[in-house]
Ligand binder design. Structure first.
Ligand SMILES: [Zn+2]
Length: 231
């Protein structure tokens, strides 16, 4: 095993003439096959020349939704408002998802695909977020004196929220209902402030500090867990 620029590289010495480099799915594991006589130094030199190519290949795998990520079967975990629930999947004709203690009982049709279950769970998260936002947004509008022209929920994998400063509309990532309610408060406030300040400049930061002195802690907690398919 070699470690070059933070990348673990498995070395396989074989009865071959030339060196070969492989970046394998699904995790981008790197293997180099080398002739038996090759010195470690020569192997390292060979890998170093290819490091950019290796990183590029590995990044490709990172951007692919992982196939085995979620099947919506018993034993998987589901986060709801920052709390971990163990999924218990049952079969029935009517879809439902009911939280009970640390369990999340998901009822789906037996023949439903992972994609169909995902869609159902996604809409369930959306409803949670809508209900919470309907109470929380007016509260922050009152505190800040800023008012959104409207708001919507959206499934996003790159942003927690966005704000259209021209129309005054706010979009909230429906995955926010997986995080603690403080995270939603933070994103709502963040997007509201964008109504008067587009950039993350000093003025923006001072407004955040004014209304939510702990926002930095909340922000880092929010970003500790990555978005959906990176999970
Ligand atoms: Zn922003």
């Amino acid at each position: 095993m070699l470690n070059i620029s933070g990348i673990q590289i498995e070395v396989c010495k074989k009865d071959i003439k030339n060196m070969h480099l492989y970046v394998k799915p699904p995790n981008g594991n790197v293997t180099v096959s080398t002739p038996l006589s090759m010195s470690d130094e020569a192997i390292e030199r060979f890998v170093r020349i290819k490091i950019r190519w290796i990183k590029k290949q590995a990044a490709k795998f990172d951007n692919q939704p992982r196939q085995s990520e979620r099947e919506y079967v018993s034993g998987e975990t589901l986060y709801v408002w920052g709390k971990q629930h163990y999924l218990q999947t049952e079969y029935g004709n009517k879809n439902s998802l009911i939280l009970s203690g640390d369990k999340a009982v998901l009822t789906v049709r037996k023949e439903s695909t992972a994609k169909q279950r995902e869609n159902f769970v996604r809409e369930w998260y959306r409803e949670l977020l809508k209900t919470e936002t309907a109470g929380m947004l007016p509260k922050w509008e009152k505190i800040t004196g800023l008012k959104a022209a409207g708001w919507q929920t959206k499934y996003m994998t790159t942003h927690w929220g966005t704000c259209n400063t021209k129309t005054g509309k706010i979009w909230l990532n429906l995955q926010l209902s997986k995080k603690t309610p403080e995270c939603l408060e933070y994103v709502i406030l963040h997007e509201l402030i964008h109504l008067v300040e587009k950039k993350h400049n000093e003025r923006f930061v001072s407004l955040m500090d004014k209304y939510m002195p702990m926002w930095r802690e909340v922000k880092s907690a929010l970003n500790e867990q990555t978005l959906d398919y990176m999970e």
